[in-house]
Design a protein around this ligand. Structure first.
Ligand SMILES: [Zn+2]
Length: 440
């Protein structure tokens, strides 16, 4: 039907309906309004309850009750009591390797550490959970142009997984190893700090998707596709300046890697990747994705930050994917030398919120992995100040509960749902082998 005939026919139809069934139309209209209102209420209820429950609160009417205190810091503490911080990138395991040779018996996290993280400061910062980054550095070219020379990346990763497990076990009254979004919420409800592992670069796989499956078995729930080096699966984005691409985004082997991560329910992390890697991964990942610790390039123009044309692909609309960008505090990504402050970090949060939406931003500080910190965000005890700053700028308690943790939990849930769907469809493990290997 062309538009012209549509306009011509419409008045006739209108006329007929008016005469024949006006009462029915009223009933239908009323039912529709009731349905729409119900849906809106359900969505609000669902959003609110998500993270309200995590704090063990009865949140049947999450928007009800008294308003928040005017004083921003008090308001922030009230919000965080219901919706504690989930930080998706903390390098405590690396600090322990560096400072204590990975000897858990030499470390007491109840006392001050030389870094940004210890139990008293986590409690002061109202932290409900965090990802322990089981990072092993790029081999610095030792692996050769085809990544085939043996390196210690897999050994070192296993050591970082071990030290994380041991510290979580040693402080079992504080930390709890959690493997799902539901387990995270449950641990937080019981006053524990939910602890999950994240691998920071596919160079840590020794080119093997089978290694990925074993990391999953050991509790890893996201893997960054690259660190500051290209690998057999994907191109890195570089650091302050971009790298010359190698594959032009994902390699041939990058595709089965993402399939396998989707199948397992391990989040695809796009921090550190090149823009092309990110855009391609957004396109092919069936599950929502995460940037575990990345800021906004429009706010500070370094390669490591996420550009607007990528942020525009995040969302619930057509051609978009659900994702969450967890803002990195590293001063060199936040602002020019000497200008990284809490306020500048809040600007990054707001920029991502402006382009991608407030449901798509969170916290991935990189504490213990950064040499210096922004003024006002010196360690994990300072998160409430960031929440207070955003509250002062007009963020509502629901938006802030999303920012502190619920946005991330939604995305992790999404990845788990995809894995469930794929299992129901009979998806099989990937046995893709790196084509340049000759031993298999
Ligand atoms: Zn990093």
């Amino acid at each position: 039907m062309d538009p012209e005939s549509a306009t011509e026919r419409a008045p006739l139809l209108e006329h007929e309906t008016d005469r024949a069934s006006k009462p029915r139309k009223v009933v239908q209209g009323t039912l529709f309004v009731i349905f729409a209102l119900g849906l809106i209420l359900f969505l609000f209820y669902y959003e609110g309850v998500q993270y309200g429950r995590a704090a063990g609160e009865d949140t049947r009417w999450p928007w009800g009750g008294d308003g928040l205190p005017k004083e921003p810091h008090e308001a922030a503490l009230r919000i965080l009591a219901k919706a504690p911080v989930i930080d998706t990138h903390i390098d405590l395991p690396w600090l322990i390797r560096d400072e204590y040779s990975n000897n858990a018996s030499a470390v007491d996290l109840r006392t001050p550490t030389p870094g940004h993280v210890d139990i008293p400061r986590l409690r002061a910062g109202k932290v409900g959970g965090f990802f322990w980054s089981v990072y092993a550095p790029c081999p610095g070219g030792l692996e050769g142009p085809d990544f085939l020379n043996p390196t210690f990346s897999v050994r070192d990763t296993l050591e970082q997984i071990d030290i994380s497990h041991e510290l979580i076990r040693k402080h079992a009254d504080t930390f709890e190893l959690t493997l799902t979004a539901e387990e995270m919420q449950s641990a937080i409800t019981r006053g524990k700090i939910a602890s999950v592992l994240g691998v920071e670069g596919a160079h840590q796989l020794g080119n093997s998707i089978q290694v990925l499956r074993q990391y999953y078995t050991l509790g890893v729930r996201y893997m960054t596709l690259t660190h500051i080096c290209h690998n057999a699966f994907a191109d890195s984005g570089g650091f302050l300046k971009p790298f010359e691409p190698l594959h032009g985004g994902l390699s041939e082997l990058g595709h089965p890697l993402i399939y396998e991560m989707n199948r397992l329910g391990m989040l695809v992390d796009l921090s550190h990747t090149s823009d092309d890697t990110a855009l391609q991964a957004l396109q092919i990942s069936r599950a929502p994705v995460v940037w575990s610790h990345s800021s906004a390039r429009s706010m500070h123009g370094v390669a490591r930050n996420v550009p607007d044309n990528v942020l525009e692909k995040i969302g619930f609309g057509e051609g978009q994917k659900d994702a969450v960008v967890m803002i990195n505090f590293a001063p060199q990504f936040v602002a020019e030398d000497g200008k990284a402050t809490l306020s500048a970090v809040a600007d990054h949060v707001e920029h991502v919120a402006k382009i991608a939406g407030k449901k798509h931003v969170g916290i991935g500080s990189d504490f213990d992995g950064i040499g210096s910190t922004p003024v006002g965000l010196e360690d994990v005890s300072k998160y409430p100040d960031l929440v207070a700053k955003l509250y002062k700028r007009g963020w509502t308690k629901y938006e802030l509960a999303g920012f502190t943790g619920a946005n991330f939990l939604r995305v992790l849930h999404g990845a788990e749902n995809t894995a469930r769907e794929m299992a129901e469809e009979g998806a099989q493990p990937s046995y893709a082998v790196y084509s340049k290997r000759t031993d298999l």
